[in-house]
Ligand binder design. Structure first.
Ligand code: CTP
Ligand code: CA
Length: 229
């Protein structure tokens, strides 16, 4: 379907999309972060709104203006993202985790700036694991028939890694990107394979993130529970 002529096949639905990348503070001036631009998540949110859904977009560190007609929640860290996603998921028909969530955060936050010492040494930063939000919401689905979608950027045996990850996470669909030089991070275009728990594999050719967004909703829509009468 061309943009602007979308069927309102998500009318009456509440969908939640996470976008961007979390930042894990180390001290007041430093953080651990990642290169996610948030463009794919914003494309997903806008596409869902155009297809009639009520959309909650949970945004981490993108700097992108709020899209019209979308409820935006701004967060910074993985723990804040988790709280916002779990809350918004409580009445959501579908949740799409497009955000890059930091796997680790500094074990301690230094309330004052970490300074160099005169001995020429460097500090060691201890990290702890962040919760796996996608696995958590997939394991405790609040609603029967809630559709949950994850994203994965992989190298090497991309499809085998993707199948493994789909099983481990317990979500319904996994959008698998191959990480390469001009692919994925910060780019306007994307190429992917969308894996489904029923064995389905939908290749999405190299193209705009808007096209990938439409294909994700094309796969989500028929999996949604029937609307209450
Ligand atoms: N994800 C999440 N919470 C985390 C880490 C990841 O919800 N703490 C979600 C991401 O939003 C994405 C999916 O899980 O939708 C896959 O992320 P990825 O980093 O590929 O998976 P990991 O399980 O962290 O595996 P890896 O060790 O390959 O990074
Ligand atoms: Ca990860």
């Amino acid at each position: 379907l061309a943009r602007g002529t979308a069927e309102p096949d998500l009318a009456g639905r509440h969908v939640v999309v996470s976008a961007g990348g979390t930042r894990e503070p180390l001290d007041p001036v430093r953080y651990l972060g990642n290169r996610s631009s948030g463009k794919q998540g914003y494309a997903l949110a806008k596409a869902a709104a155009a297809r009639g859904a009520r959309v909650t977009l949970i945004e981490a560190n993108t700097g992108i203006p709020d899209p019209a007609g979308v409820d935006v929640v701004h967060v910074g860290t993985a723990l804040q993202l988790r709280e916002a996603v779990v809350k918004a998921a409580s009445d959501a028909d579908a949740v799409v985790m497009a955000a890059a969530v930091a796997d680790f955060r500094p074990a301690v936050y230094a309330p004052g700036k970490i300074k160099k010492k005169d001995d020429g040494g460097a500090p060691t930063v201890e990290l702890v694991r962040n919760p796996d939000i996608l696995a958590e919401i997939s394991a405790d689905r609040v609603l029967d028939g809630q559709v949950i979608v994850g994203f994965a950027a992989e190298t090497d045996d991309v499809l085998a890694n993707g199948r493994d990850k789909l099983r481990r996470k317990g979500c319904d669909l996994l959008v698998v990107n191959e990480v390469g030089e001009r692919k994925t991070f910060g780019q306007e275009e994307n190429e992917a394979v969308i894996l489904a728990t029923d064995g389905g594999e939908t290749p999405v050719p190299y193209g705009p993130k808007e096209a990938l967004a439409e294909t994700v909703w094309d796969l989500v829509a028929p999996r949604l529970r029937p609307l209450p009468a």
